[in-house]
Structures are given as structure tokens and as C-alpha cells.
Design a protein around this ligand. Sequence first.
Ligand code: CP
Length: 315
Amino acid sequence: MKQFTSVHDVTNINALVAEALELKSNPYAHQELGKNKTIGLVFLNPSLRTRMSTQKAALNLGMNAMVLNIDKEGWALELQDGAVMNGTTVEHVREAAAVLGQYVDIIGVRSFPGLKNREEDYTEQVFNKFVEYCGVPIVSLESATRHPLQSLADLITITELKTVDRPKVVLTWAPHIKPLPQAVPNSFAEWMCKADVDFVITHPEGYELSEDFTQGATITHKQDEALAGADFVYVKNWSAYEPYGAVTGVHPEWMLNNEKLKATNDAKVMHCLPVRRNLELSDEILDGPNSIVIHEAGNRVWAAQVVLKQLLQTL
Ligand code: CP
């Protein structure tokens, strides 16, 4: 693996999950691999899980980890090529990324979408500038359109906890009051469409995801039909593609609760977190026996560790 920006950078997702689970059972077996190697984790947006789990994964591999909250601690970044920098920006991403690449062996970058301009977001203008100019292998810590470390952790979790060979996995849209990125559902869909699962996506009309990410999924607007017999229910809000980045309706009736769960095969409930309680997901689910959100967050370490291990092996 030369970079980790999407499922397309992975040759065999089942082998990657198996290797991650080996690391989970023996976390410190490869400490020599990361000796004298450094990862730089660059955040343009907030994070709890991604930041801590990737640092922990690096430490498990014997690496050093440096974190830069570049939006708060760095110089104000200019992202536009050809800009006359006579305004508030101080450093161009061309120099910033190239200089960071001088200090570290691997770079992780988190860059959320603006949700104003679909073309700008879906061509990954900010993230790809780091890829282009940093000169070292890059790991997505969530880009404008994808969150592959989250999706890998999700697949690890499903693989660990499934009770049938080919589980039914349902991605259900959840209510929210703010426009959220499509990165997590895009990425989850992309990974589930390649996994050994029966994959169903359900959302209200107007929240269709791009077919670029959902090829092979069954898609329905009927949440109750989607939930029937589900083994895993993945709860996530996302904003609309049309109009781009809009909240076209809050739809509180879409929040998952124990009543809705009765239609499932005693489904395990997943969410990438952070979650707004009693808006996106009910207390009774989050505090009940079906929630596996903490287990899922724990698996972020093994997702990051297997990716860093494979990148270190190419250095
Ligand atoms: N799920 C996730 O990426 O969490 P953070 O935004 O806290 O990193």
C-alpha cells in the first residue's frame, strides 16, 4: 500500500481486516518497524477518535507521532493556486505541505468539505494538494468525500461480531439539524459494496447518495422495510446532494429506537461518533445492549495500525 485515501488503495479488504485483527491480538509485535519513523497528523478540522486512535496506532508500531492543528496553530493557509496573497492568508499549502514532508515519513490529513461547492469538494481540492506537495505517503484522516479509516474500523467490527456468514447490513439516514458531510456514508457504502454482506441503504427522499459510492447496494426510502431482518444497523446523518449541502428536512421520525429495532434480527447498532443523543440516535439505543458504538470506536486503533504497518513496509 502506497497511500490510504479510499478502499481503492486496498488490494484485498478481507486480508486487511484479518491482519488488523492479528494486530489487535498482538499490538506490539512490530515495534521495530516504526523505530525512528515519524507520522505527522495534520488537522484542518476537529477530531477525538481519529486523532487519538491514529497516535495510539503509531505508538504501538514504535513510531513517533506529531500532531498539528493547522487551522488553529499554523499560519493561515492559502489554498488557491495563483492567489495574490495580500489578504489574510500567510502561507500557501504548496510550501506548508512540502515543508511538513521534510519532517515526517508519513502524513495524515483531515480536511472536511465546505459543503458550498460540490465540484470543489468532490475533486478533493484541499486534500489533493497535500497529496501532491507533501512528497511522503499520505493517510486520509477524513477528506471531503471519504473517511476510509472509519470504514475499515466498521468492517473490522462487523467481521468480529457477525453471527452469520453474510450478514444484512443497513445504513440508515438519521435526523440532524446541521448540514453534515457525506464522507462517512459515502465511504461506508463503498466498503460495504465490496464486503461479504447484503447491503441496504435507506434514507428519506432528497438524501440520495452518489452512485459512484453505492454500486451494488439496495436503496429504499422505506426505513421499516430496510430494517427487517437486519444484523447490523449503521446510523448516520448526511446532508443532501441536491441542493448541495442542504438540510432539506429534519425528519425526526427517522431516529432509531427500540420499537424500530424489533423488526431487525436483534441488530447491533453502529455509529461513527460523535453522535447527538435523542436527535440522531435515542438514549435507549445508545445505552442499551444492542449498541456497539464504543467497541467500534475502539477498533479505530487497529484500522489505523494495519494501514500504518503496510505503509511503513513500503518505506
Ligand atoms: N468518527 C470520527 O472520525 O471521530 P472524530 O471526528 O472524533 O475523529
